[in-house]
Design a protein around this ligand. Structure first.
Ligand SMILES: Cc1cc2nc3c(=O)[nH]c(=O)nc-3n(C[C@H](O)[C@H](O)[C@H](O)COP(=O)(O)OP(=O)(O)OC[C@H]3O[C@@H](n4cnc5c(N)ncnc54)[C@H](O)[C@@H]3O)c2cc1C
Length: 404
């Protein structure tokens, strides 16, 4: 790969990937008077920012702490967040005219509801600070050479190799290949002798197959508020039934903690006790059918679908002990064994990545290879749904900019 003539450059660092982490890194390096070059595979930077949050970009979370991040080393992200906090994100965007509005659960979006404003801010700042962004430039290899690295990339059908003293790998994770996602960060880490923690789709819908699929299919489009749990964690948000299984925020959240073969449990009435509701209603109106009571708690379609499991035609007054036990189990302890997940095409992030053992938590520089940095999604730090992943991308970009 280094057979090309290696061209010297005046850049302090080359950043691979013009996504959230790479753009923040270039801008922060620019503030410090450093010159960087971003090499971006696709035709424009920030593609995932543009589609994030349904095109509105949930760019941070007001309540983010290190607790909402999954990693083999849960302490690893603390240093980056102590250097770049949620407040820093909010102030950074406000300084450049992007006011935030909080939606549910601390999720912050631009008041304009436009992810374009975020990308335009970064590309504008890069121009102002003379940070270069070369698009349609896919990096093929990084080789260690005297005084730094040789970066070989293909641009407009031509292969070129540039020399750089420092290199930042901010090439993201595996989700959504058609938007530019590659395994470049993982592949390069392995090639350079760095360990990679097992990767999998995360924040991803879960599929149901076999005899239960029909039941889920008939409910497609119905959404209910649930507590979704496994033996590690629980989330209270909506779930959405689909033709192939389950989606919605609570399912995406638990998917990051789910492994094939495991069960999850749904409490479909997390803030009430269904047996107490039945007892109370029985006293008022014992002739009311169970289905009528359930239809007052859920959509009619969902209440009807429960007929597969419950005697919904029975009057409340005639429910026996066994019926009550079944109702309690079904409403509060509904067990689901997903067949799988919808894969990287539908995942919002990748779990796992370059092992945190290989990197300094203070600088995100490789411990073995000085001058090599990893940031954003390709590192084994995965946030919950709700703006956490961008917070990690901004923070890691900022931290790396200090070191390059
Ligand atoms: C549909 C969707 C919605 C999302 N919504 C949100 C949200 O609202 N809030 C939130 O916090 N997170 C959200 N995320 C997650 C968030 O987008 C990512 O966590 C974040 O973009 C990661 O930033 P990054 O810079 O590490 O990677 P990316 O933003 O993926 O950037 C990596 C860049 O590297 C480029 N690249 C890859 N390989 C090469 C190569 N070999 N050479 C050159 N360039 C290369 C890619 O083209 C890409 O532009 C969402 C994700 C998806 C898929």
């Amino acid at each position: 790969m280094t057979a090309n003539l290696i061209k010297q450059t005046h850049f302090d660092a080359i950043i691979i990937g013009g996504g959230a982490c790479g753009l923040m890194c270039a801008v922060q390096a620019g503030f410090l008077g450093k010159r960087t070059l971003i090499l971006e595979k696709t035709e424009k930077p920030g593609a995932k920012i543009l589609i994030s949050g349904g095109g509105r970009c949930n760019y941070t979370n007001m309540y983010a702490t290190d607790m909402q991040f999954i990693s083999a080393n849960p302490h690893f992200c603390k240093s980056a967040f102590s250097q770049w906090s949620v407040e820093d994100t909010v102030i950074f965007f406000e300084t450049y005219g992007i006011e935030g509005k909080e939606k549910t659960l601390g999720q912050l979006f631009p008041v304009s509801d436009s992810a374009k404003d975020i990308v335009n801010l970064f590309t504008g700042l890069c121009r102002e600070l003379e940070q270069e962004i070369w698009c349609n430039a896919e990096v093929k290899a990084i080789d260690q050479v005297m005084g730094g690295f040789a970066i070989t990339f293909e641009r407009d059908g031509r292969e070129e190799t540039l020399h750089t003293p420092k290199v930042v790998i901010a090439s993201g994770g595996l989700p959504i290949a058609k938007m530019g996602a590659t395994d470049f960060g993982l592949r390069t880490a392995r090639k350079l002798g760095l360990r990679v923690t097992e990767t999998a789709p995360a924040l991803v819908p879960l599929t149901i197959t076999g005899k239960d699929q029909e039941w889920y299919e008939q409910l497609s489009g119905n959404s209910i508020f649930c507590r979704v749990s496994n033996d590690q964690i629980s989330f209270e948000e909506n779930i959405l039934f689909t033709h192939w299984g389950l989606s919605g925020p609570a399912i995406l959240q638990i998917s990051s903690y789910w492994r094939p073969g495991q069960w999850i449990e749904l409490d479909m009435l997390p803030h009430q006790n269904v047996l107490e509701l039945i007892e109370a209603e029985r006293l008022q109106n014992g002739k009311r059918p169970l289905g009528g009571l359930l239809a007052s708690l859920y959509t009619r379609k969902f209440a009807e679908a429960l007929a597969k499991y419950l005697p919904i035609e029975k009057n409340l007054a005639t429910l026996n002990k066994q019926d009550m036990e079944n109702i309690n189990n079904l409403i509060h302890h509904f067990k689901v064994k997903p067949a799988g997940d919808k894969g990287y095409d539908k995942a919002e992030v990748m779990r796992g990545g370059v092992s945190t053992d290989e990197l300094s938590s203070k600088t995100l520089e490789s411990k073995k290879i000085p001058g090599l940095y990893f940031g954003g999604e390709c590192v084994d730090v995965t946030g919950w749904l709700g703006g956490y992943n961008f917070q990690w991308a901004w923070a890691s970009g900022f931290v790396i900019a200090q070191g390059i």
